[in-house]
Design a binder for this molecule. Structure first.
Ligand code: DC
Length: 252
């Protein structure tokens, strides 16, 4: 695990508010919805790091790379060209960002069931993690410095507060019961016209939680100084307000 260095001290804006906000937590805990809304409220960049693990998984499946072949998978992650861009006005289909792999739009195909089923294997590969976290850290430091197009960044994932950006000024760990998360995921999938079974969605979420928190490298867990928010009985608006309050408090 990296530690804070003098070169990269805990960054904060001129108002004293944290310019790097990390949100970690299990699948479907609301990290992306909340992270995106918080970033909008603060005019910060929103970056969901899960899309990078998904993009590598999509590319492996499309290019015939066996996800159990650790070396081949690592080489793919080390060389892959992943780009993330804001949606253009004609891409009005509910996307938060456009995800490109070698120029191809994979925004929706990285959400396919075969990616869900394989992404935890990809995310457990230490060389894949090393390659992707280095890219994430560079982006986080650039936006956290306040020198980029936006005054700060909200970065969402599993290990952002613990490994990628431990110097972040505000770390949130977002949780909710597995049943509530399955219910939310079901609504999401139904809204996208997918017919799914609640028990299956719940079983997938529990399996993914287990793989993400029991893996050897950067397992899912709250940072020692993270604020833990259980969103099971909260509306998205309440969670956003709570996080924005924490940002303001940290700056006062
Ligand atoms: O948040 P998500 O469901 O899109 O994440 C996809 C997978 O990537 C999930 O299995 C956890 C993994 N992941 C990770 O290990 N570290 C991150 N920083 C982000 C996601």
């Amino acid at each position: 695990m990296r530690t804070q260095t003098a070169e990269f001290p805990d960054p904060s804006s001129s108002a004293g508010e944290p310019t790097i906000i990390t949100i970690d937590g299990p699948a479907a805990s609301g990290k992306s919805t909340i992270g995106h809304a918080v970033a909008d409220a603060l005019n910060y960049l929103f970056f969901d790091t899960g899309v990078m693990y998904r993009a590598v998984t999509r590319a492996a499946l499309d290019r015939g790379v066996n996800v159990h072949d650790a070396d081949a998978l690592a080489r793919l992650a080390e060389t892959i060209d992943i780009d993330i861009a804001p949606p253009t006005p004609d891409q009005d289909d509910g996307r938060q960002s456009t995800i490109l792999v070698a120029g191809e739009d994979v925004t929706w195909s990285i959400r396919a069931p075969e990616v869900d089923q394989n992404v935890s294997i990809v995310a457990a590969n230490p060389r894949v993690r090393q390659a992707l976290s280095a890219k994430q850290r560079t982006i986080g430091q650039r936006y956290g410095s306040g020198q980029a197009e936006k005054p700060g960044i909200v970065m969402v994932g599993r290990d952002i507060g613990t490994v990628v950006l431990p110097e972040a000024g505000l770390k949130i760990y977002m949780d909710a019961s597995a049943e509530e998360r399955a219910r939310r995921r079901l609504l999401d999938l139904e809204a996208r016209g997918k017919a799914v079974d609640y028990q299956q969605v719940l079983a997938d979420i529990i399996a993914r939680d287990r793989m993400d928190s029991e893996r050897d490298h950067s397992p899912l867990r709250p940072a020692g100084d993270a604020v833990i928010i259980d969103t099971s009985h909260m509306t998205p608006a309440e969670v956003v307000a709570a996080v924005v309050d924490l940002v303001r408090q940290a700056g006062s």
